[in-house]
Design a protein. Structure first.
Length: 362
């Protein structure tokens, strides 16, 4: 066991030593070397989702929520109306963000264990011509549920509405092809399936949509149109960038390419999930979701009732053994979560299962 714990969370997560090593160099934010690094990062982010030629990559300092708020602020006009497709806490957060900035926002809701239904989305858009934009969380890290992106995107496109996609916990592993899936803006961050470190969000936005958004954002620092224009002008960030985070993300993106891209990463995460769920079932832990809608990103388990298991002592005991898991985020059930992403493989999950077996005395 190393000094660093194994992070079994949806981000921050366990990173490769080479990614951490990349943060040891200091960079001048206006230096030509860092400008080139930023350009490589932006190009590689577009490459992950096949967005070159149609979209532009706009990175932003901060967590994923920062870039969600920035994207909504930049693309939603004051007279707009956002429909958020909600089956978890992060969809609810988008509703809250839009309303907080004075935009009209409504939610079309499903249960936390139920995927969004494209047919109901189409019906809602037909019934309300006042809706100008639609937003979805691809993989809801509340539970790990995977929503059917191609079908939902097609329904939104058929209704002629721009589509905003929170791909925080899917980008870099789950299939997203901007050439074939109509997405106006995709939002994600450095510290999930890309296996970088926290501190940077980004949006991949259709060039025409972003060009039309000049002056729309009510925020100075969260204006993605202004951020984009700055990059196009001289390659520089408008405000002090997280230089070490950028360096780590570029290294992580290079590692993603070397691994074989998103398909290879997805295969590794699926092996992690299979090892985890099979072992947890053997130890008496019930998966919250139907396996058919479970993404290989984070798995939610019910806390056993007989014999009763309290989360905090369970968490502390695993932490003492070098494993950090995640509390539940559900409103309807007592649960905990275990992430399947990061620089981990089946060996790490077999060690986790042995630790859990030791803790519960199975």
């Amino acid at each position: 066991m190393t000094d660093s714990p194994i992070l079994l969370t949806p981000g921050p997560l366990t990173t490769h030593p080479a990614t951490r090593q990349a943060m040891l160099r200091d960079w001048g934010s206006r230096d030509a070397g860092f400008i080139a690094l930023t350009a490589e990062m932006r190009a590689r982010l577009l490459q992950v989702a096949q967005g070159a030629g149609s979209h532009v990559a706009v990175p932003l300092q901060g967590s994923g929520t920062f870039v969600v708020e920035a994207t909504l602020a930049t693309l939603l006009p004051p007279e707009g109306k956002l429909l958020v497709l909600v089956n978890g806490a992060y969809g609810e957060r988008m509703v809250s963000i839009a309303r907080r900035m004075g935009r009209r926002a409504e939610a079309l809701r499903w249960r936390e264990d139920e995927p969004v239904t494209p047919g109901l989305v189409a019906s809602a858009l037909q019934a309300d011509p006042g809706i100008t934009h639609v937003a979805l969380v691809h993989c809801e890290t509340t539970t790990g549920i995977l929503n059917p992106l191609p079908e939902i995107a097609a329904a939104v496109a058929a209704a002629g509405r721009p589509f905003l996609l929170d791909a925080m916990s899917s980008f870099g592993a789950l299939p997203i092809d901007l050439r074939t899936t109509p997405v106006t803006a995709l939002m994600a961050s450095s510290n999930k399936c890309l296996e970088g470190v926290p501190g940077l969000g980004f949006a991949l936005i259709e060039t025409a949509a972003l060009a039309a958004a000049e002056g729309r954002s009510p925020s100075t620092s969260l204006d993605l149109h202004a951020q984009w224009r700055g990059f196009e002008k001289d390659g520089q960030w408008r405000f002090t960038p997280p230089v070490q985070v950028v360096a780590a993300l570029v290294e992580a993106l290079r590692r993603l390419e070397a691994e074989g891209g998103p398909p290879a990463r997805l295969a590794r995460y699926r092996r992690n999930l299979e090892t985890l769920t099979t072992g947890m079932a053997r130890l008496g832990f019930e998966l919250y979701l139907d396996p058919a809608v479970q993404a290989p990103v984070i798995a939610t388990f019910r806390l056993p009732q007989a014999p009763a298991l309290a989360f905090r002592p369970f968490y502390d005991a695993l932490a003492e053994r070098g494993f950090l898991i995640y509390p539940g985020k559900l409103t309807e059930a007592e649960t905990f979560r275990i992430g399947c992403i990061g620089a981990l493989d089946e060996t790490d999950f077999r060690r986790l299962l042995a630790a859990i077996e030791d803790v519960i005395g199975a």
